[in-house]
Write a protein that binds this ligand. Sequence first.
Ligand code: PGA
Ligand code: MG
Length: 223
Amino acid sequence: MTRTVIFDLDGTLVDSRPDIRAALDRLMAARGHPPFTLEEVTRFIGDGVPVLIQRAFAARGLPADPTALPAFLADYEKHAAVETRPFAGIPEVLDQLQAAGWRMAVCTNKPERAARLLLEALGLAHRFAALGGGDSFPVRKPDPAHVLATLTAAGGSEGRAVMVGDHHNDVAAGAAAGLPAIFCGWGYGLPEMAGDAPVASRPAELPPLLASTLAGAPSTSSK
Ligand SMILES: O=C(O)COP(=O)(O)O
Ligand SMILES: [Mg+2]
């Protein structure tokens, strides 16, 4: 029976911070505000673009602006793959997992259209059986329904799936969905966000860790 790995996107498969930061800085510059540091932007990422914008505006003491989200997205979608690249080792890991028969999906809080454009620009889109974006379903991570809907769309089954991500939202959504999770130490999350999840410190550790994590997980499905 097929095994499925559900990957988070930002901070897990791709280092998207430079282009998120650039689009955010253009948004702020248009309002007469200075750019953010990479560290500031790192803390804004993880809960989707609407929250990213809220955090950026709050950091500059700006009131909410309903025009900011569509302006950011229109700009970011055009420039999502200028500097964004897969983390070193990720393409090889995807090759290995595919060869080992793993089905792969992406469950990201990034809006679906931007995520799809980015994966296509990087030549990675064809790898994934499903893409669940931050606006694909009525809920998003840490809500487990986001993970489960992505798993269903990929044709996977709950007892044979693992969630892989770099943020507390990924670990929490996986756990609440009944899926074991692996925390990616190379991403944007703080180390304590791993909780009890096993930690991969670099992408090459993922294939063996995925196999052992799934083997050690209680089976919740006979499908
Ligand atoms: O868009 C975000 O804030 C985070 O996206 P991710 O879920 O792929 O990490
Ligand atoms: Mg992430």
